[in-house]
Write a protein that binds this ligand. Structure first.
Ligand code: CMX
Ligand code: CO
Length: 147
């Protein structure tokens, strides 16, 4: 079950310059930032709105920290821009299975760690009409202390 848009992921060459663009153009502030070594990114989450299910919607600004990362490869081929959309779900495993049962490929066999200890998986853009699609389940409140 998908309950909201969690975030739009945007590939940036210079995270600080993009943060400044969104601050001065729209007044968005950084709600959270971190480095995710596994994903090879330095990222900032800009909160756009809250939602009824307790989650919120964000812009996720992503700057590569490694040349072999997904974001570095994307920037090289396409330049800056929208990289993926992320749907929020209370159960990432069940939502991934529901999608793969229709023939869409998931990138990971089991969920990996996303922003703020969330659990994430991705659906292949070639199976989603050109849209790299992330599924994200927020961390349980007790697990969010790890970061
Ligand atoms: N959106 C749409 N299409 C994309 C895409 C994207 N973000 N990234 C790649 N593609 C397309 C390419 O254009 C290419 O199409 P063509 O063959 O028609 O040219 C095809 O997919 C293969 O692309 P590639 O450049 O060879 O890239 P890879 O196959 O090596 O990697 C992907 C693509 C999706 C498997 C890889 O980006 C990935 O593993 N992504 C998941 C992890 C990730 O994106 N992490 C960063 C965000 C972390 C977070 O959100 O927290
Ligand atoms: Co994301």
């Amino acid at each position: 079950m998908i309950t909201r848009i969690d975030h739009i992921g945007i590939a940036c060459r210079d995270l600080d310059a993009s943060i400044e663009f969104y601050r001065k153009t729209y007044g968005f502030e950084v709600a959270h930032s971190e480095v995710n070594e596994e994903q090879g990114v330095r990222e900032a989450m800009l909160r756009v709105n809250g939602t009824d299910d307790g989650g919120a919607s964000y812009l996720q600004l992503l700057e590569p920290v490694r040349d072999d990362s997904a974001i570095a490869k994307y920037l090289e081929k396409h330049g800056e821009g929208v990289h993926h959309i992320a749907f929020g779900t209370p159960d990432v495993v069940a939502t991934t299975e529901a999608a793969t049962s229709t023939g869409v490929r998931a990138l990971y066999g089991t969920p990996r760690c996303g922003t703020s200890n969330s659990s994430i998986n991705f659906l292949h853009p070639k199976d989603c009409h050109g849209v790299l699609t992330e599924l994200v389940q927020a961390a349980a409140p007790s697990a969010s202390e790890h970061h």
